[in-house]
Design a protein around this ligand. Structure first.
Ligand code: DON
Length: 301
């Protein structure tokens, strides 16, 4: 496995040259584009990695997976009264579809949907950010901290997200104060974790809701299946079809350049390379996951 990971790093790093580091949040623009890491953890406890796999980076939209997990584990299927679970076929921060669909977001992984999930979490937890950090720290095996500089930077440059919340509030789809929801959303995106920590968090989804890291049963088998399904169909926005075609795994990406992936019954993965393609997904990350599933023959198909 280590030999395969080294070959993947060698062959796929160059794909980063075809991408661009996110610069719409100034704090993200300073991350060196040549960073690369890939971590693969198995349910048997084996850990394989290449590159800077212990270096923490901004998880950004990868946190939407965990926001959904927190909401679903408390609320179950009733969550879907507040938002959909269909692919949007649109960029992650698009406003267009929302007006046509009465302010109901297509799914929990576009920004509008994640903002609704943040709103829901205020009804379920006294301090949702603390609940999220505790959950992540337990499931990753070490502390998951918010980077205050990134959170502030995103809050200051978050006009699009502010527009989304206010727009949905005008349809009565957001119950809490817009500023409160935005603040929580930005802090959740600004959590920093390493590929190794994130690969650990995916083991719970590979193991049908029972965490081999914390020993806790977080979801039912069916809930774990459903989170994996939404990751597959919506986790990489308007590139979800391309990811299913090339990678064939439930994945969730973030503009920090991280992508997590799940191989049910087997492994949790995380790759990190900051330059993004036009859909906001890590360019080298997609290439690396493509090569991994192609060479190992491990995919859900
Ligand atoms: O809402 C934003 O703009 C970011 N904090 C998160 C976006 C993100 O990571 C989308 N991912 N590909």
């Amino acid at each position: 496995m280590n030999e395969l990971l080294s070959r993947i790093a060698e062959q796929c790093r160059a794909e980063a040259d075809n991408g661009k580091v996110a610069n719409y949040i100034p704090a993200l623009a300073n991350v060196p584009p040549e960073k690369f890491a890939l971590a693969v953890h198995t349910l048997q406890g084996e850990r394989y990695a290449v590159g800077e796999s212990e270096e923490a980076f901004s998880i950004q939209s990868v946190s939407k997976t965990f926001l959904l997990a927190l909401a679903l584990q408390e609320m179950g299927e009733a969550l879907w009264h507040r938002l959909g679970r269909e692919p949007s076929g649109n960029p992650f921060n698009s406003l267009m579809q929302l007006e046509r669909e009465n302010g109901v977001p297509r799914n929990p992984f576009i920004n509008a949907g994640a903002l609704v999930v943040c709103d829901v979490l205020f009804d379920l937890y006294q301090d949702p950010l603390l609940a999220l950090q505790q959950w992540l720290s337990e499931e990753s095996g070490s502390m998951a901290l918010v980077d205050p500089e990134t959170a502030q930077s995103e809050l200051e440059h978050g006009d699009r997200n502010a527009a989304l919340v206010h727009f949905m509030r005008s349809y009565g789809r957001i119950n809490h104060r817009a500023e409160r929801v935005l603040d929580f959303y930005c802090r959740a995106c600004a959590i920093k974790m390493s590929t190794s920590q994130l690969a650990n968090t995916m083991l719970i989804l590979a193991n049908h809701g029972v965490s081999p890291v914390s020993g806790k049963k977080r979801f039912t088998r069916s809930e774990a299946k459903r989170i994996n399904a939404v990751m597959l169909t919506c986790g990489t926005y308007d590139a979800a079809g391309e990811f299913a075609y090339r990678v064939g795994l439930p994945c969730k990406s973030g503009v920090g350049g991280g992508i997590v992936a799940v191989i049910p019954n087997k492994m949790g993965l995380c790759v990190w390379s900051p330059p993004l393609d036009q859909t906001g997904n890590s360019a080298a990350g997609l290439a690396a996951l493509d090569m991994f599933t192609t060479e190992t023959g491990l995919s859900i198909f």
